[in-house]
Design a binder for this molecule. Sequence first.
Ligand SMILES: [Zn+2]
Length: 270
Amino acid sequence: MPEGHTLHRLARLHRRRYVGAPVEVSSPQGRFSTEAAVIDGHVMTAAEAFGKHLFHYYGSQGIVHVHLGLYGTFTEYPLPVAEPVGQVRMRLVGRTHWTDLRGPNRCELLTPPQAEALIARLGPDPLRDDADPQEAWERISRSRAPLAGLLMDQSVIAGVGNVYRAEVLYRQRIDPMLPGRSLSRRRWDALWADLRQLMREGVRLGRIDTVEPEHRPEVMGRAPRRDRHGGEVYVYRRTHKPCLVCGTPVAQTKLAGRNLYWCPTCQPTE
Ligand SMILES: [Zn+2]
């Protein structure tokens, strides 16, 4: 599933391409036709990401909320438009480009109060300048749940998925099963700062790289990682492979139905 950096890249792209001018909105597949007709031809006034949610604002006409889920994608091309291929839920045609949305988990037209309510249910997003990490700290520092679970809970922190969760815990040398309330304030501050920095890099590069310069393939003399889930990482999907720092085989287990990866030596049980 795309993590927050992907949604922030989309919001940035859609600001550049579509905001500030009328947009043709349609639903070739038909499932979003009624809503598309309401906003078709109106000016997109803003495009924003909150965690894994994308919002297109059309003034008083409403707000399109998109959640990509596991399978959703936007594809974009320069004009002219071509015939739709496959199940296109929403098509946007702007001044210079057009984009098709396929397979989203959610694509719906919301009123401002509905959008505000949805955003209010999300925890702070490390990629947003208006994020208040104190809100997340208050939830985490009162919880007996393992940190690995809390970091994936979008109502605690918005935008972190399986890769950033595993990697930031590794980088901070934190036992993934440590209960939230056992985390010190100092370590929380370091974790949040690291997430912000890592995710900003993700927005910039469009992929998740988490290794320090000294652990890059060319420095260590190892082959680059080959994985459709992106860049150079310490533990994510590296089960049984040697830890890049200590050589211990990376461990894997399931937590709340999702795979969790960690190094038992670098992240010892506390
Ligand atoms: Zn290790």
